[in-house]
Design a protein around this ligand. Sequence first.
Ligand code: SIN
Length: 351
Amino acid sequence: MSVTIRRQERQIKHVNVDMSTKLGNLTIADPVFTASGCAASGQELAAFNDLTAIGGVVTKSIQLNARAGRATPRMAETPSGMLNSIGLQGPGIDIFLNRDLPWLAEHEVTAVVSIAGQSVEEYSKLAGKLRGKPASMIEVNISCPNVEDRGQVFACDKSAAASVIQAVKRAAPASMPIFAKLSPDVTDIVSIASACMDSGATGLSLINTTLGMVIDTTTMRPLLAGVTGGLSGPAIRPLALRCVWQVHQAMPDVPLFGIGGIRTGLDALQFILAGASAVQIGTVLFNDPGAPQRISRELSEALAERGMDSVQQAIGLGHRPPEVIVPELPEPPGDTREDELYESAVADDED
Ligand code: SIN
């Protein structure tokens, strides 16, 4: 694909970029979504954003039963990021379906429901409860790092990940797209990604947080009550981008959500160029709750500045081969001098 990059045209007066993107059988008007866990079920963010103008809201991962989560402290600041050790606090799926999902539907917000089970059977029950409900997509959180039993991080094992996705596929509403949310804490993310796709996922959300910790040097003990937590924010952006790049390279037709430390339109553009069809915005919401609409606007301006009139044109564009520029070599000085001597000798002969 040939793209003209017009770097000089910085002063965009009116941006007319088609921001729609395809996620399975759905066409969504905008590629910027809120990430699970950072926007609850969307209500609080409505004061700062027109939630119908962004791609949609990915709700906090919901479990079968109410859960209080881990003990406090469960958040810590880190360089360019933060750690959370929430432990999937939530009201349970029934309250969510009666209270939160209807609010999103009434306000015409695209709802991506994130589900998290403690067993394959629980994932299946959660997916089944979405039948007939106004959810647009399911995000299957198989990668929460804050579970007591590391065996429950299904995304760290190919066959465990596959079993969950197969069960969700069987139980979920037939046409509802299913996105598996993967962990970066694996050696080969492409093999986990392909196990999920072979098991019936529509697409993938890349990535969840990566396991980290902080030690408080005053108390000389771990700062988080849960000892470890999930690291998010700009600190993990290069890691997330690498995962999107690798998975898109291996499976270019699979729709991907890019997630990890996105704060600006240019950050979002990096993920789209790496192969994401849409992005999710998480940690930035804690200090800039209006970020989703701002990032969407900045992304559309960045696309226009680069001569593109749709976001779909940019998906995976970073993978095109580099343009090879062959410099024109100047004439070697010796040749020119010889030509001149030859021409003057010919002229002498003719005289
Ligand atoms: C949590 O609630 O502990 C975070 C969920 C997640 O990272 O998946």
